[in-house]
Write a protein that binds this ligand. Sequence first.
Ligand code: PLP
Length: 398
Amino acid sequence: MPSETTRRTSDIPEKGLPQNTIIQELEEKLQRDLTYSSGKILCSMCTNPTSFAKQIYRKYLEKNLGDPSLFPASAELEQETITMLGSLLSNPKASGSIVSGGTEANIIALWAARNLAKKERGEVIVPFSAHYSFDKASDLLNLKLIKVKLNRRFQMDVKAAEKAITSKTVAIVGVAGSTGLGVVDPIRELSEIASAHNIYLHVDAAFGGFVLPFLKELGYKPFDFDFRLPGVCSITVDPHKMGLAPIPAGGILFRDAKMSEAVSMKVPYLSGGEMKQSTLLGTRSGASAVAVWALLMHLGRAGYAAVVERCLRLTWKLVEGIQRIDGLDIVTEPTLNVVGIKSDRTDVRLIFQELRKRGWAVSLFLDYLRIVIMPHTKPSHIKRFLEDLQRILEELNS
Ligand code: PLP
């Protein structure tokens, strides 16, 4: 038997180790991970959950929504959560589930659209800016993705979308808060097209779903994107992004229960075979749903509006700072708390590398740098980031 000191990292220890030893080892091993609190993470759409949400999540870890016959109260709380999210998105009658994230939500939406359409070799029309989860969904569901060009404002080109419709189209997808630039597609026009052609319209508001509902009251330009538009059949909205919930917590909302029925399956071995599931996962976290419920109740609309207000104020502070740096500009005026930075004279890949050397995590997206200003970002982080950016530009151009 190998001793502790000769233990290979691939071995489960023959004899269990004391908790303190393990905790210490974990602290050491996980040190290389970045932390939200350092302010260095400027590329994530997730954030540090509130301490209240963490407390609730920890307390209810054992709950399994995969078997509501054992956890009926948790299942009821999940449905209350969906109703609250539905009312945030203008449809308290929405049905749906708290799922593992935006990817699962988007897969479930296209799964429902495919089953409802009952077409052979179905096609789904998405903008070029769509999240890659739609590529996964199309591969899994045997659907062909038709990627449509963007207009000058980086939104889905509506005319191109309409032209792409064929007898095989099972769904159109609009994005309300794109991953790359936080852009909102013209969902009102997409809704009209979808209704006219009797095609399923899914809106991916994984990120924007917790931001867009508050823009009007905060004095920013509002966008139509939710169930108020009659063509919208389903919406992805992720509590583990701007909803401040612990990972995993995504949300899939359908206009009505008929749509979610399209993906429901009986579970043969639970509740006498009468229980149905409408998610991709079987066993799934009840703690996630309960934590989202608790957060919605605790922060309320006003709490979320304040979070959005702070992120947007900081976003504009960042934009002003970028525009003051010689050789840098923004890709497009931000709609949400996502900013693209471009340069006409310096290779952004070099800027990216220099930022990394200084510990900043931003994304390199096509030919620009992408920054997401999340609730963990503070004014002091933006100040330091802009100072480093200025210095890097000077060094690279000297
Ligand atoms: N949709 C959009 C618009 C996103 O930005 C993302 C992730 O950033 C997703 C879907 C996928 O979400 P997740 O990573 O939670 O699966």
